[in-house]
Design a protein around this ligand. Structure first.
Ligand code: HEM
Length: 294
């Protein structure tokens, strides 16, 4: 049983046509295995989190009770993207597991919504937010090493508190970029094979082999997204992560949660009294923590 399905073109060439659909179940099972392994690790093996140094009372007093985390625009983007992603996953995969309906139109419409929302996000993140907040930095890598050594029971100084996003979130964002952009770029080309309102249908744009590879990449990105989204929802629902999920609804997180996990030097929350004086304040509106607090 191969991971691809093949066909013979009119010219006798063997070409891939798409992924084998059992990979849907591989992704779903991988997602559930992740839940089990992670929940077991947390329950029986994880030690209480410790961070280096403390936050001085003066620094803590500067932090507002509601720390702004996601602007209204960022939250709207997130939920529109999430809705379109779920429509894409269900319209793509339900027919493959036996639920038949006329899925293609709903699918490409959701694809267009996702594509538009991602274009918005790229512009918003590049010019209006702190672009670098979501990419791993040197402290993240040093602290990942420290956490690993400490988890193995060896002596090592504790890690620093996190910047706005912990390393795990940054790595997850990278994986979503890879899978999401692969699905979007191939999906936009695949729209030329079906009837849409955007351009005339043209199934001869590429050779059979190129189309085959494109469908394979689209399918691989799609099944990858099943596992990635399952993991994302799992973390969003976990009790210790709920303050983060709530911040994606209301826009802010509590001062207590911020002080427990975040380093005010790495994620500067600008207050009205510090707006003209803080040297390490990040350039973007959200990095500056200034946008609407919901
Ligand atoms: C979560 C993201 C996505 C997933 C999971 C997904 C999954 C799939 C799957 C499994 C297929 C069937 C392909 C095959 O038969 O080999 C498909 C077809 C298709 N997808 Fe997506 N897709 C996603 C995003 C997109 C996007 C963003 C677009 C457009 C911008 C798009 C446009 C299409 C089109 C037009 C087809 C139909 C092609 C045809 O029937 O010839 N998809 N998608």
């Amino acid at each position: 049983m191969g991971v691809l399905e093949w066909a013979t073109s009119p010219w006798g060439q063997r070409v891939p046509i798409h992924i084998a659909w059992f990979l849907i179940w591989v992704a779903v099972i991988a997602g559930f295995l992740f839940f089990i392994v992670h929940a077991t690790y947390l329950r029986y093996f994880a030690k209480t989190r410790e961070f280096a140094g403390g936050i001085s009372p003066a620094e803590a007093a500067r932090i507002p009770e509601h720390v702004p985390r996601h602007s209204l625009a960022a939250r709207l983007f997130h939920w529109i993207m999430a809705a379109s992603m779920f429509v894409l996953l269900f319209t793509a995969f339900l027919p493959k597991v036996g639920v038949q309906f006329n899925w293609v139109t709903y699918h490409w419409i959701a694809g267009v919504v996702l594509t538009a929302s991602i274009l918005f996000h790229i512009i918003h993140a590049s010019f209006f937010m702190d672009f670098w907040a979501i990419w791993p930095d040197r402290i993240d890598l040093r602290d990942a090493w420290r956490r690993m050594v400490r988890a193995a029971g060896k002596p090592e100084p504790p890690p620093d508190r996190f910047a706005k996003y912990p390393l795990e979130n940054k790595l997850y964002h990278g994986a979503i970029i890879a899978a999401g952009l692969s699905a979007i770029i191939t999906g936009v080309f695949m729209m030329s094979r079906v009837r849409t309102v955007f351009f005339p249908r043209n199934p001869y744009l590429f050779s059979d082999m190129t189309w085959g590879m494109m469908y394979v990449l689209h399918g691989l990105a799609g099944v990858g997204l099943i596992a990635l989204i399952m993991v994302h929802v799992y973390f969003g629902l976990r009790p210790e992560k709920r303050p983060i999920t709530k911040s994606m609804i209301f826009g802010w997180m509590s001062r207590d949660f911020y002080l427990k996990e975040h380093d005010p030097k790495r994620w500067v929350v600008e207050t009205s009294s510090s707006s003209s004086s803080s040297p390490s304040t990040s350039k973007g509106l959200e990095g500056r923590g200034l946008t609407d607090a919901g």
